[in-house]
Write a protein that binds this ligand. Structure first.
Ligand code: UT7
Length: 329
């Protein structure tokens, strides 16, 4: 059985920026509250011509360019998103066509903020099964399209962006994918969701008037679950592989709230220099946070070949997961 490794990475964020001060002109909030309660200072927002597949394609092209391969060499494309261009066809199909990834198959994966992590796990298993040699996992979300900019509890949190990892077999069994723990708990569905637009509540004048096509969240409920689960899964995963938190070079968590990340790091006993935080610049980009944070860690010289890296995420569903990798480039 081959080991799966991450061999390239690409990212895209739209250039437009929405700052905390901008938001304070739209809803009753202020920079000091947002920074203290979330750690977020600004987020990138796509102009109306840009949809999720556009950002996904840009991130994918960067990853393919970095690895120096053609899209036609891809075996599969997984697009992790809760903001597909449309409900069907899948965004993976649109991306495959735009890239010219002839012969690839693929699908969209809906796991909200844990989406990229679940995509990584799926991609790693496709490769380590020996049936796929090049799997592109893309996390892309245009959250600004489903955010209610009159709701100060949610509009301060989210931004737009995309990131992609290429997963391939490794010649070296000591590098690449080590293992994961993933869990879903649908009892949390009521606390974070977008109520309308599906088969339960199809679009109607009423759903629009009631603003049901936007993200609804009970922030404190999600916060409490995230703080507990992120630590629990990281700790369990390390123990499962006979590792200690001190063995980890970097924790790259989903970027939802600085306080969730700090609480997780503290309980694991990880010092701040071992934890990647970049939500001040991007906010919560849902499926794109982990690749964006990984890119920044590489750019800052904090993530190098051979490092043990722990990814972790919690999100709507509830969905949650942790994934351990030995960085391979
Ligand atoms: O990726 C997974 C998805 N989501 C998350 O992980 C988010 C998890 N939750 C959170 O990050 C936090 O719950 C929030 C950042 C959403 C909210 O922070 P909080 O510390 O839980 O605030 P709260 O909802 O308990 O509200 C505290 C106070 C309230 O006022 P009162 O009732 O104490 O007078 C709110 O009305 O802060 C008020 N408030 C605000 N004030 C200024 C809520 N939002 C704002 C705001 N600006 N934007």
């Amino acid at each position: 059985m081959p080991t799966a490794k991450i061999s390239a990475l690409g990212c895209f964020v739209p250039p437009g920026i929405l700052t905390n001060d901008d938001l304070s002109k739209m809803v009753e909030t202020n920079d000091a509250w947002i920074v203290e309660r979330t750690g977020i200072r600004e987020r990138h927002i796509a102009t109306k011509e840009i949809a999720t597949s556009d950002m996904a394609v840009a991130a994918a092209r960067e990853a393919l360019g970095q690895r120096g391969i053609e899209a036609s060499e891809l075996d599969a494309i997984i697009v992790c998103t809760v903001t597909p261009d449309m409900l069907f066809p899948s965004t993976a199909c649109l991306v495959q066509n735009r890239l010219g990834a002839v012969g690839a198959w693929g699908f969209d994966l809906v796991a909200a903020c844990s989406g990229f992590l679940y995509g990584l796990t799926t991609g790693a298993h496709l490769v380590s099964a020996g049936t796929h040699r090049k799997v592109l996992v893309i996390g892309a979300d245009t959250m600004s399209r489903i955010i209610d900019y009159t709701d100060r509890g949610t509009c301060i949190l989210f931004g737009d962006g995309a990131g992609a990892f290429l997963i391939e077999p490794s010649e070296n069994p000591a590098e690449g994918f080590i293992g994961h723990i993933s869990e879903i708990d649908g009892s949390g569905a009521q606390f974070l969701n977008m109520p309308a637009g599906g088969s339960r509540l199809p679009a109607s004048a009423e759903t629009v008037a009631k603003r049901l096509h936007y993200v609804k969240q009970e922030g404190q409920q999600v916060f409490k679950f995230a703080v507990r689960k992120m630590y629990e899964l990281c700790d369990n995963l390390l123990k499962k592989h006979g590792l200690k938190p001190s063995d980890v070079k970097l924790l790259i968590p989903h970027q939802a709230n600085k306080r969730i990340i700090s609480a997780t790091a503290e309980r694991l006993g990880l010092p701040p220099e071992k934890v990647v935080l970049n939500l001040d610049k991007y906010g919560n980009t849902t499926a794109a946070t982990i690749p964006l944070a990984t890119r920044d860690a590489i750019a800052d010289g904090r993530l190098k070949k051979g490092d043990l890296v722990l990814f972790a995420a919690v999100g709507a569903g509830y969905t949650a997961g942790a994934s351990l990798w030995r960085w391979a480039y």
